[in-house]
Design a protein around this ligand. Structure first.
Ligand SMILES: Nc1ncnc2c1ncn2[C@@H]1O[C@H](COP(=O)(O)OP(=O)(O)OP(=O)(O)O)[C@@H](O)[C@H]1O
Ligand SMILES: [Mg+2]
Length: 347
């Protein structure tokens, strides 16, 4: 378990920069945890504080009950073997082959040739680069370079893998394959993965939980599926919007939506689902229980890993009182719901 307690980081110089202003987070073993934020939010600073590449100005970094802030340099060097890191621009050694890059951390700790050979062969196989081991970085694609980066990070058998914008330099297809590899590593080896990103699509694809950081402060954190269905902070809302469009489809705004009910108007409702509830026949139940018709205008069901989430925009057609009763019933269901307005009845 990783516990950050009230971490602050102020960069010195004439004009001080308060990059982190009191960050507290707990990350469980085996989790894939996302930290999302815009440029300059403090993401890289935060992730570098976790492995003490950057020493926090104050606060505590506790990994498996050990306080990294009080460790000596040699203790820290030892501890860092448990923490691998990969980078946006891969940071490979251009004068070394793929094999040489992955072998490098093992050479540093004085592993024998045989051990290195076996270990690197296993890692090459894991990341799917066995046939590229004698190539130099310049001969590889971005995705292949990041696979080398991942293999190198795993060479010291870390328990934690830190990824700072690891897919930001890659196209969407390659990003997907790298994220799949990370997920595979997480599942097979149980490695805790912390993913720093400015892309909500990355979070949606593989993270269990996410924290959003802005101006050196955590604005919101939670399970990805919860955050997607009901973001609380404006920052998180903006990020969620960037991958799922919760705005009313154009066609709907043209219907002439008003915010007051009227005898000749029907109720426009947005239902938000997550998890197994999606499969419940909510609409059918309302129609059966109340003297209303429900017409589905728009739906968007998506998946966060295996969990379904999404929303439906429906019109509840019936007299005013029954519309209100039906909505009261919906409000008590374990789904999100809101009245968007009232639209003129169709006939
Ligand atoms: N070594 C440094 N010295 C002084 N200020 C720094 C240093 N590193 C970062 N900062 C400042 O700290 C703040 C947070 O920077 P950080 O690199 O952590 O942001 P980030 O979220 O990773 O941004 P990006 O998405 O652009 O990588 C910024 O205002 C930045 O200018
Ligand atoms: Mg950064």
């Amino acid at each position: 378990m990783i516990t950050l307690e009230n971490i602050t980081k102020t960069y010195g110089g004439k004009t001080q920069v308060h990059a982190l202003k009191g960050i507290s987070l707990t990350i469980e073993d085996g989790e894939i945890f996302g930290i999302i934020g815009k440029s300059g939010a403090g993401k890289s600073t935060l992730v570098r504080c976790i492995n003490m590449l950057e020493k926090p100005t104050s606060g505590k970094v506790i990994i498996d009950d050990k306080d990294l802030m009080t460790m000596s340099d040699s203790q820290l060097r030892e501890e860092r073997k448990n923490i691998g890191m990969i980078f946006q621009h891969f940071n490979l050694l251009s004068s070394r082959t793929v094999f040489g890059n992955i072998a490098f951390p093992l050479e540093l700790v004085g592993a024998s040739k045989d051990v290195i050979k076996k270990k690197v062969a296993d890692l090459l196989e894991l990341v799917g680069l066995t046939d590229r081991q004698y190539n130099y970085p310049a001969q590889l694609s971005g995705g292949q370079k990041q696979r080398v980066g991942i293999a190198r990070a795993l060479a010291s058998d870390p328990k934690i893998l830190l990824c700072d914008e690891a897919t930001s330099a890659l196209d969407p297809q390659t990003t997907k394959s790298i994220l799949e590899l990370l997920q595979d590593i997480n599942k097979r080896m149980g490695i805790t993965i912390i993913i720093i990103t400015h892309e909500m699509a990355v979070v949606k694809e593989i993270c269990d939980r996410v924290a959003v950081i802005e101006g050196g402060i955590i604005k919101e954190e939670g399970r990805v599926v919860d955050v997607f269905t009901s973001p609380r902070s404006q920052t998180m809302k903006d990020f969620v919007k960037s991958v799922i469009n919760m705005a009313l489809p154009d066609g709907l705004t043209k219907l002439g939506v008003t915010d007051q009910p009227a005898p000749d108007r029907d109720m426009l409702v947005r239902l938000r689902f997550k998890g197994a509830v999606t499969n419940d026949p909510v609409v059918a139940t309302i129609v059966r229980k109340f003297d209303v018709n429900v017409s589905v205008l728009y739906g968007n069901i998506d998946y966060i890993q295996d969990e379904p989430f999404g929303y439906l925009i429906v019109v509840i057609i019936g007299d005013m009182e029954t519309q209100a009763k039906a909505f009261q019933y919906i409000k008590n269901l374990p789904i999100g719901s809101e009245v968007l307005g009232y639209v003129p009845r169709n006939n």
